[in-house]
Design a protein around this ligand. Sequence first.
Ligand SMILES: C[S@@+](CC[C@H](N)C(=O)[O-])C[C@H]1O[C@@H](n2cnc3c(N)ncnc32)[C@H](O)[C@@H]1O
Length: 213
Amino acid sequence: MSPSLSSFQRFEARFYSATASWLYDRVVVSFGFRLLAGRLHSKVLAQGTGAVQAAGHRPILDLPVGTAFFTLRWGRGGFVVGADIAAGMVEEAKSRADGRGAEWLSTAQADVQHLPFRDRSFGAIMCTNGLQVMPPLPLALAELGRVLDHAGSLFVCMITFPVGALLPLSLSKHLPTIFKSHRQVLAELRSEGWKVTARDRSRLALLFEACRT
Ligand SMILES: C[S@@+](CC[C@H](N)C(=O)[O-])C[C@H]1O[C@@H](n2cnc3c(N)ncnc32)[C@H](O)[C@@H]1O
């Protein structure tokens, strides 16, 4: 595990690993994400198909891959690398890919802050229900931007609990991403040099596509 992780992130990785094979899909994907994302839950699959088309013949990074619940439904037709910091998630994703003969999906354990991929390796990046639990946006976006082709697109669906909208900017800018409003998230993207080309919202979820300016 990366030495730069906070103790909370280590706990988080262990939690996801421990729940990957028996609890995660039922509680997080099928119940929590569906409840909090409303109609965007099913739009993730269309977004994944868009990522496959946008990538063309180039590989797609799916980070975090989780159990590959969504990936195995949108990724056929592409060449996808599913990465996640939680070893248990990576094992679960690999076992499901092997079980379904999904040779187009390979897996890797990786922290978004130090991705083991060369610059511009990917034609598209899918980031489903993950950016909010990762390290601060500028750090995550810098590394995602490094491994994304200059002409590539980033596809995100994320949930936030926007308590930051109730606080002055001087305080809210220090909150973890999960507590930022959609407006704050989009403003941070712009200030980190990304242009949002499409977006949608439902309940607590924000879905968007972005490319570098
Ligand atoms: C809510 S799950 C989403 C997984 C999957 N995309 C899905 O929709 O089912 C969040 C995932 O983010 C991963 N994660 C958290 N911090 C990370 C980091 N620093 N680098 C890579 N993955 C991370 C967790 O291990 C967990 O699998």
